[in-house]
Design a protein around this ligand. Structure first.
Ligand code: PLP
Length: 447
């Protein structure tokens, strides 16, 4: 049975056709109402980190709902709010101990931008109102988060309404700026960021925003080694805050709870969502340093970013239940240990396809990039719709993967993201690898 609902747009990973109707899930699997089974090779859009329908999470949520769904944050605190605050502060490490809870990634990005602006305002530096972000990045669907994003297909209809944001190149070692060699890449990108800061005027820039591992807009692209350290140093030398958008790559997916920890940096503000509550209920957060908190406390008092559902009790209960499981089962350490080997296994399996140009990623956040010509890295003609074919063939074969397109120039470039549940069994990892290999084989044979 297929849904009569509006098809999901291709820019958001839809195959452009009708979608099956969901029936239920269990662990790493989902079933549609026709009884067809799918293995969740990407946790949907990198969300369902402990798999589906875990009875331990459902019991906690049901118990919370039985008592109260929502004790409005500005009237009451709650056990889930207090436990999550403690857990998230500990998971983030350093002095990233203050936070605003929201219900998703876009809201987390919006909150992080407002916190940055408020911090500068409260420091008596209100001229710092500009942001700099990168090409080939995705920060969300609200207007300002879309303005930050360098994702052509998702911006086009809104261009005229989007506030201007400073823009620098993606940090992609597989596709560096023209003429820039591997060793010159980080210095090149840092020099470019410096020029952009100087162009805008350093005294006007509030924050630089980046994804440590680019998700939807690039296909799991980790920045080259040394990049994050260098840009954090540069920004701080100008008094510019660094916002690390870890909505997709964070919450343990890269083998450390905070993705930027792998890069050895402490950003000023970190966004998180998706894996925070593993998709059981909507939850996100903007987490910031005590230093920022102190400045805001002494100024306007508290972050002016609240929504009605900020700190929603049942959503926090779901998040707490998921994070207890992640901690008790040592799932982040498991991802750190198993991820690099799994990536290597995929690399070896897919090496037989000339058109698999690059297999990359961190932990259980893995990108596979298809190219027409591996020597020149020339992408396929976008008219072929490779990404939609991969998605559709995956669904046909019972594999959920996350396609992303436009990595090369906003139009060209075909990538598919695999992001298995942290607790997927060895057999399930094998099934995902078997299926993606078969999907790529079928799609390549058809073009
Ligand atoms: C890095 C990043 N930031 C922000 C968002 C927006 O999150 P949401 O879709 O939960 O609003 C996403 C979504 O994919 C994302 O990948």
């Amino acid at each position: 049975m297929t849904s009569k609902a509006t098809p999901f747009p291709m820019a958001f990973g839809g195959a452009g056709g009708p979608t099956p109707k969901i029936s239920h899930g269990k662990g790493s699997y989902l079933w549609d109402t026709d009884g067809k089974r799918y293995i969740d090779g990407s946790c949907g859009p990198a969300v369902y980190c402990i798999g589906h329908a875990d009875p331990r999470v459902n019991a906690v949520v049901a118990e919370q709902m039985g008592r109260i769904a929502h004790g409005y944050r500005f009237n009451f605190t709650s056990d889930p709010l207090e436990e999550m605050t403690e857990r998230l502060g500990r998971a983030m490490g350093a002095d990233l101990s203050e936070m605003v809870f929201v219900t998703g990634g876009s809201e987390a990005v919006e909150a992080s931008m407002k916190i940055a602006l408020q911090y500068h305002y409260d420091r008596g530096d209100p001229a710092r109102v500009k942001f700099i972000a990168r090409n080939r990045s995705w920060h969300g669907n609200t207007l300002m988060a879309t303005a930050l994003s360098g994702f052509t297909d998702r911006r086009r209809p809104f261009e005229g309404a989007l506030p201007e944001v400073g823009r620098v190149s993606a940090a992609n070692a597989y596709r560096p700026p023209a003429g820039v060699g591997e060793n010159a890449l980080v210095p090149h990108l840092v020099a470019e960021l410096r020029r952009e800061i100087e162009r805008i005027g350093p005294e006007r820039v509030a924050a630089f925003v980046f994804e440590p591992v680019v998700g939807a807009a690039g296909g799991a692209v980790p920045a080259p080694e040394g990049y994050a350290k260098a840009v954090v140093e540069l920004c701080h030398s100008y008094g510019i805050l660094v916002i690390s958008d870890e909505v997709m790559c964070g919450a343990g997916r890269c083998g450390a709870w905070r993705a930027s920890e792998v890069d050895g940096v402490v950003p000023d503000i970190v966004t998180t969502a998706k894996g925070l509550s593993g998709g059981y209920l909507p939850l996100g957060a903007a987490v910031y340093t005590r230093r920022i908190g102190d400045v805001i406390r002494a100024g306007t008092g508290a972050p002016l970013t609240a929504h009605t559902y900020t700190g929603h009790t049942a959503c926090l209960a779901a998040g707490v239940a998921v994070q207890r499981i992640v901690e008790e089962e040592g799932l982040v350490a498991h991802v750190a240990a198993r991820g690099p080997r799994y990536q290597e296994e995929l690399r070896q399996r897919l090496a037989r396809f000339e058109q698999v140009g690059n297999v990359r990623g961190r932990g259980y956040f893995i990108g596979i990039e298809l190219v027409r010509d591996p020597e020149t890295k020339t992408p396929f003609d976008p008219a072929l719709g490779m990404v939609a074919r991969i998605k559709a063939e995956g669904m046909a074969q019972g594999l959920i993967c996350y396609p992303s397109s436009g990595n090369v120039d906003g139009r060209m470039g075909d990538q598919v993201i695999l992001a298995p549940p942290f607790n997927a069994s060895e057999d399930e990892l094998e099934e995902i690898a078997d299926k993606i290999e078969r999907v790529i084989e079928v799609v390549l044979a058809g073009v």
